[in-house]
Design a protein around this ligand. Structure first.
Ligand SMILES: *Cc1c(COP(=O)(O)O)cnc(C)c1O
Length: 383
């Protein structure tokens, strides 16, 4: 069986975790701040806040940017549900911006149009969450220009995109956003088992996220509303959560980070081989922009000029060949939970067309040449 993705764990990774297990600190020790510093350094961001998942990082990122009841958050319908759920956790309303079919990323043209209308109707979003699908950056410079014009904040959901670049800078440098979020779930580029990270260049945002990660508690006397009772004292100044990453996870993440560039280079190499192989088939790969270097979390193709039934058949046939292809993603607005909030079929036509065409085929750093040839041959026989 060839899965659509899988983690690569080395002896070095295992030793790093065992070392923590034998230490005094399983959690709230030195590994978490070391991992945060390493990710901030890697991305070229000033601050990083590690969490137990990207989902919790998205939640506290929204709260930190002031998202609450009566606020609107916009994201892409072609993403994992977490990109939208984070707004609902804050009591805000969610809406979507349709995608560009060629890249699968949020369409800047659709965004500009929706913003013009929203301004007229006095319902501009407070926060926009663009998602770097499969590891290719959205058009962040254009999004940033619109953010300045209309006064909204930007959280990059870069769950797919650690190790990727935009305009020759690492995703996570936050040049065009307020906060960027990464996921370290095992299917992603590097893993800490479960885990996430929010990076930012703004100290105030970083401090707030650190507080929200741990119950809203502070040890900073300047933020306390009454004098310290003694050396044991801490104060809860707002409502936070337990979203902490453990030192076991951070040690794994730190060890994995040393192989990030290697993983991404291998993913790009495999992607190039796929690009060439599907040229002669009725399949299109996602268009790559020249100012992007994708981390290729996923290799997605679109089955062109085919019916819904043919699309499903191809995925099933590949599975019959023991090639576990997948579909990223079911448009979020078509989830029954979201339909119950008022979304309907037809709301985001490009996203819905994409859903009828997209197939994720296997890609992971440990994939062998033989495995890739097997996938290509199965596709040729099935398409
Ligand atoms: C995986 C993923 C998430 C959630 O990540 P977790 O670490 O599993 O919480 C959020 N957004 C996108 C786009 C993802 O792919």
């Amino acid at each position: 069986m060839i899965p659509y993705g899988k983690q690569t764990i080395s002896e070095h990774d295992i030793d790093a975790v065992v070392e923590v297990l034998k230490s005094d600190w399983l959690t709230q020790g030195p590994k978490v701040p070391a991992f945060e510093q390493a990710i901030a350094d890697y991305c070229g961001a000033n601050f990083a806040c590690a969490t137990n998942s990207a989902t919790s990082a998205l939640h506290i990122a929204c709260l930190t940017l002031g998202v609450g009841e009566n606020d609107l958050v916009w994201t892409s319908p072609i993403s994992f549900v977490a990109s939208a759920n984070c707004a609902l956790y804050c009591g805000a309303q969610i809406d979507f911006v349709d995608i560009d079919l060629a890249t699968g990323n949020m369409s800047v043209a659709a965004l500009a149009e929706k913003l013009t209308l929203a301004k007229q109707n006095n319902c501009l979003p407070k926060v926009l969450i663009p998602v770097h699908l499969a590891g290719q950056s959205c058009d962040m410079q254009a999004i940033h220009t619109l953010a300045k014009k209309y006064g909204f904040k930007v959280i990059e959901d870069a769950s797919h995109a650690i190790g990727a670049k935009y305009q020759n800078k690492s995703i996570g440098c936050c040049q065009y956003s307020d906060i960027t979020v990464f996921s370290f779930h095992p299917v992603k580029i590097i893993t800490s088992a479960e885990g996430g990270m929010a990076v930012t260049n703004d100290r105030v945002l970083a401090e707030k996220m650190h507080r929200l990660r741990s119950h809203g508690i502070t040890n900073n006397p300047e933020l306390m509303t009454e004098a310290s009772h003694g050396p044991w004292y801490y104060q809860q100044i707002e409502l936070g959560y337990n979203y902490r990453m453990t030192d076991l996870q951070a040690a794994l993440g730190l060890s994995q980070l040393t192989k990030l560039d290697q993983f991404v280079a291998k993913r790009n190499e495999l992607a190039l081989t796929y690009d060439r192989a599907i040229n002669s088939l009725p399949l299109a790969h996602l268009t790559q922009h020249t100012d992007c270097y994708s981390s290729y979390h996923l290799y997605i193709v679109r089955l062109i000029n085919a019916s819904k039934e043919q699309h499903k058949t191809l995925i099933c046939k590949l599975r019959a060949h023991n090639i576990i292809s997948h579909l990223h993603y079911i448009p979020i607005h078509l989830q029954p939970y979201y339909k119950a909030l008022g979304f309907n079929e037809g709301d985001f036509p490009n996203a819905e067309q994409y859903y009828q065409q997209a197939i994720t085929i296997p890609l992971y750093p440990a994939m062998t040449t033989d495995e890739q040839l097997e996938v290509i041959s199965a596709i040729r026989q099935s398409v």
